[in-house]
Design a protein around this ligand. Structure first.
Ligand code: GLU
Length: 300
C-alpha cells in the first residue's frame, strides 16, 4: 500500500460573496462524485488574494454548506495562510530558470490578440529582461509550444498549446499575491487531491495547471468540468451578475434544483427532507448523465 487515497475530491470556493446557485452546483457535483466513489471530500477556501477581511464571508460559506447537509473531511484549508508553500514552489521553478520578472502593465497588454482560450496572449515582452528604467514586479512562468492535453471525464479530450493560446503566464502578481494557477496546483498536490470536479469556466485553466504540475514534478489529478449556470444574457451566474445568496433556512428546494440542473434522476417521490435528499443523491449520482456541455441556462 502506498497510502495514496483512491479518491480524494475537493470544493474550493473563493470568498468573494455568499454561496449562490452556481456554487451549489459545483459543491453538489464534487461532493456526490466523491461520496458515490466512497471517497473523501475536502474544503479549501481560495482566499489567496482576499485575506482576513473575507473571513466573515468564508465563515458564512461554511455555515451554508453545513445547513445544506454537506459533510467535509478534515480541516478546512485557507489559502491566505499558505503563502510560504507557494513561495517554495516559485523558488524551485526560479532555481531552474523557468521564471522571469515582468514589468508589463495590464494596460500595455490590453491590445494583444486573444488566444484560443479567450484570454490575452502574453507576447513575451520581458522574457529576456525588463526594459531599462522599469521594474519587473510580477513573475511569469515560461511556456513552450508543446501540446498539453488531458481527458476530461465529461468534456472529452482537451488540448492547448500554451505558447499560442496563453503565453508565459503570471504565477505571482505585481502586488505580491500568488496567482490562482500556482496556488491551486500547490494545494491540490499538498492535499493529495485525486479527482477535481469543478465548473467548465475553469476548463481553459487546466492545461496551465498541468504544465505547472509537470514543472514542479507533481501528479496530475483526473478532471471533470461540469456545465456552469448562465443567465439569459449568456453571463455566468455569479455574485457580480446578481445571483441571490443561498437561503440557509430552506435548503431542500435549491438542492433539488441543482440536482435537476445536473440532469440527475429525481426519486419517484419528492424527498421530504434534506436527509432524504442526500440518501437518494449519494446512491443515484450518475456522472454519465451529466450534460456534456460547458454551460446551461439557470433554471427558473
Ligand atoms: N476558487 C475557484 C472558484 O471559486 C475554484 C477553483 C477550482 O476549483 O480549481 O471559482
Amino acid at each position: 500500500m502506498t497510502g495514496v487515497p483512491r479518491y480524494r475530491g475537493r470544493f474550493a470556493p473563493s470568498p468573494t460573496g455568499p454561496l449562490h446557485f452556481g456554487s451549489l452546483v459545483a459543491a453538489l457535483a464534487s461532493y456526490c462524485d466523491a461520496r458515490a466513489a466512497g471517497g473523501e471530500w475536502l474544503l479549501r477556501i481560495e482566499d489567496v488574494d482576499t485575506p482576513r477581511s473575507r473571513n466573515r464571508i468564508a465563515d458564512g460559506m461554511l455555515a451554508t454548506l453545513g445547513a445544506y447537509g454537506f459533510e467535509w473531511d478534515g480541516e478546512v484549508v485557507r489559502q491566505s495562510e499558505r503563502a510560504a508553500l507557494y513561495q517554495v514552489a516559485l523558488d524551485s521553478l526560479a532555481a531552474r530558470g523557468r521564471i522571469f520578472a515582468c514589468a508589463c502593465t495590464r494596460r500595455e497588454l490590453e491590445s494583444m490578440p486573444l488566444g484560443a482560450a479567450g484570454e490575452r496572449r502574453y507576447p513575451g515582452t520581458c522574457r529576456s529582461g525588463v526594459a531599462a528604467g522599469r521594474k519587473g514586479r510580477a513573475r511569469r512562468l515560461l511556456v513552450t509550444g508543446e501540446a498539453i492535453g488531458f481527458h476530461d471525464r465529461l468534456q472529452g479530450w482537451q488540448e492547448q498549446r500554451l505558447d499560442r493560446d496563453i503565453g508565459d503566464f503570471i504565477v505571482k502578481r505585481a502586488d505580491g499575491v500568488f496567482a490562482y494557477q500556482l496556488a491551486v496546483v500547490v494545494d491540490d498536490a499538498a492535499q493529495e487531491i485525486t479527482h477535481v470536479v469543478r465548473g467548465a469556466d475553469l476548463l481553459a485553466s487546466t492545461p496551465r495547471q498541468i504544465w505547472l504540475q509537470r514543472q514542479l514534478g507533481l501528479p496530475t489529478p483526473s478532471y471533470l468540468h461540469h456545465p456552469v449556470a448562465i443567465l439569459p444574457s449568456g453571463e455566468k451566474l455569479s455574485k457580480q451578475t446578481g445571483a441571490p445568496p443561498l437561503d440557509d433556512a430552506n435548503p431542500l428546494p435549491a438542492l433539488v434544483r441543482a440536482w435537476d440542473f445536473l440532469a440527475q434522476a429525481l426519486p419517484p417521490a419528492a424527498p421530504a427532507s434534506v436527509a432524504e435528499f442526500w440518501q437518494w443523491a449519494r446512491r443515484a449520482w450518475a456522472p454519465t448523465a451529466l450534460p456534456p456541455v460547458v454551460m446551461l441556462p439557470v433554471p427558473r
